[in-house]
Ligand binder design. Structure first.
Ligand code: M6R
Length: 569
């Protein structure tokens, strides 16, 4: 989703700002813009489309201080006018904003009463006007007062026309990290844009001032909590980050297993909350969790949980799954779970994320940076980290430790899915079906497939097919059948027969010969521990989606309309 990068330095900062924007591209965006101190004061340059279009427009410009933004449209269409930075009515400031201003209509009315009209459709523009209206000459106190008037979530970076070389920033419920590197101060909404920097996490509601030599927060020099960021991610010879991340799964799974503490298993009822793939990971683990605890467990979409009846927790633990740790729905679900009395445990891949700071207890996936929008190693390591919260008997622990080797084998086997691409290329709709753990995997397979191929796909519990969706099956409809649980073979064979009777083309992803031979095509997997199988059975589905998407020449790493971390509800 939207990204922010700002730099103030002793030498030219514009090329570093553009590199920062490129590092943020993976988050998803539709336009980009930059505001900076030029020879004759503040300047803005914006472009719809890729950062490269903005770079071209910037030409030979230079600056030592600027802020910039990649926009993922929420309020108003994708066009230059709505693209950030926004400028206040008299030109006192220019700013970029991530998040959503919930009292935007009310503030817009207030501005109108003061004779200020808005020229864009965004909620962000009003922040700039409000700044100029409330300006007392000190950007720190003014921005503090502006922040107090805002409801919702925001990360704001601002340039004041009268304070050359300085950047002012404030945040609430939206990430903003400050960095120091080689006589430069930087800020970004995502650490990925600040490689090789010393990082500082800005507390909610505090206003920071950055200049080339330093940073202060509300007048106090900022030099605590310094953490060194990693170097910039690269594709390591792969064509795309997604392919690289698919192949990295065996190591990512092994690192996550090695990080599981010896003690601290959850014994009671558990509620698993997440969005998208993180929700699917939770759902796929329900049979495992119920087996280990002997108690009821449930997986809910974070966005639904926050709207559900506010029944108090009864000793249950809420487990919040989020690769990024910045998903707005999951953060709200965490706050809601705490309000209802749940103990909260977070499973995230980013130790410094908002979720990691919000929960009572943390477990981390050790996936390493995931850059492709479509998650792969994020999902498989979530399965492992979740299992690590529950499995305690020796047999299950042994099964858990067998996953890296199995993943290694299955990544290689999955290369065979390239031969199946022709079945999918002209499909109107693709189906993914499975039961129990395989149901969560089927949902994840369908999500992966549609998000990067743009071909409609549906994930279904096999038993549900006959209750409606079967009307969509016609001659040639591809149906991917996932089966990794020996107890489900008979029922799976029935689903396969039902699909084939209607002309559907079945593709098995299974470790059982009966299922493989019953289907038109099959990817045969080695024997798998059923309850942990989602960490493995999903791999061929990722690879299949990847091959179909590349055959269709899709932008695999940055699929249209999608954002890596969804920071609005
Ligand atoms: O960072 P999170 O795990 O909280 O993200 C939740 C979803 O937006 C995410 O899993 C999304 O569904 C995937 N990127 C899809 O591949």
């Amino acid at each position: 989703m939207c990204g922010i990068i700002g730099i103030t330095a002793k030498t030219d900062a514009l090329s570093a700002i553009v590199s920062g924007l490129k590092a943020l591209e993976y988050r998803g965006y539709d336009s980009a813009g930059v505001a900076f101190f030029g020879k004759n004061g503040l300047r803005i340059v914006k472009a719809v489309g890729r950062v490269s279009a903005l770079e071209e427009k910037l030409g030979e410009e230079t600056t030592t201080c600027g802020i910039s933004h990649t926009r993922w449209a929420t309020h108003g269409e994708v066009c230059e006018k709505n693209c950030h930075p926004h400028v206040s009515f008299g030109g006192a400031c220019m700013l970029v904003h991530n998040g959503v201003i919930e009292n935007y209509a009310e503030l817009k009315k207030y501005l109108l009463e003061k004779g200020v009209t808005c020229s864009t459709d965004t909620d962000s523009e009003i922040i700039a006007h409000l700044y100029e209206l409330l300006c007392d000459g000190d950007p720190v106190t003014t921005l503090g007062r502006v922040a107090n008037a805002l409801e919702g979530s925001y990360a704001i970076a601002l340039l004041s026309a009268l304070h050359k070389g300085e950047i002012f920033a404030v945040r609430r419920s939206s990430p903003l990290v400050i960095g120091r590197r080689d006589n430069a101060s930087l800020l970004a909404s995502d650490v990925t844009a600040l490689p090789n920097a010393e990082l500082y996490y800005l507390e909610e509601g505090r206003v920071a001032r950055l200049w080339a030599e330093g940073v202060d927060v509300m007048g106090k020099r900022f030099h605590s909590n310094a953490i060194q960021s990693l170097s910039a991610p690269d594709k390591n010879g792969y064509d795309t980050f997604m392919l690289k991340e698919i192949y990295e799964q065996p190591q990512a799974i092994a690192r996550t297993i090695a990080d599981i503490p010896k003690k601290g298993r959850i014994k009671g009822e558990a509620l698993l909350l997440g969005c998208g793939s993180s929700y699917h990971a939770g759902l796929a683990c329900i049979p495992l969790v119920e087996k280990c605890t002997g108690r009821h467990a449930e997986a809910l979409l974070a966005s639904e949980f926050i709207c559900s009846h506010a029944l108090p927790a009864n000793g249950q633990t809420a487990i919040l799954l989020s690769q990024s740790g910045e998903t707005a729905d999951t953060l709200s679900a965490c706050a809601e779970a705490k309000k209802r009395g749940y103990k909260t445990v977070g499973i995230t891949n980013v130790e410094t994320s908002s979720l990691a700071r919000a929960v009572d207890e943390n477990r981390f996936t050790k996936a390493g940076a995931e850059i492709a929008v479509a998650t792969t190693k994020g999902f498989t390591t979530q399965i492992v980290a979740l299992a690590g919260l529950f499995v305690k008997d020796e047999e299950s622990l042994r099964a858990l430790h067998s996953l890296p080797t199995l993943a290694e084998k299955v990544v290689r086997l999955s290369e065979k899915t390239a031969e199946l691409v022709h079945i999918f290329l002209s499909a109107k709709c693709v189906f993914f079906i499975g039961r129990k753990s395989d149901y969560g995997v089927a949902l994840e397979g369908a999500l992966k497939f549609k998000e990067i191929t743009y071909i409609p796909s549906i994930g279904l519990a096999s038993g549900e097919l006959k209750h409606g969706s079967i009307s969509l099956i016609e001659k040639g409809s591809p149906v991917v059948v996932v089966c990794a649980d020996g107890k489900l073979i008979a029922k799976t064979l029935l689903s396969v027969a039902t699909v084939k009777a209607r002309g559907g083309v079945t593709v098995a992803v299974t470790c059982f010969e009966e299922v493989a031979t019953a289907c038109d095509y099959a990817l045969r997997l080695p024997a798998l521990p059923a309850d942990l199988s989602p960490a493995i059975t999903v791999i061929p589905l990722q690879m299949l989606s990847y091959y179909v998407a590349t055959a269709l020449r899709r932008d695999v790493d940055k699929p249209r309309n999608l954002a890596k971390s969804v920071t609005v509800e």
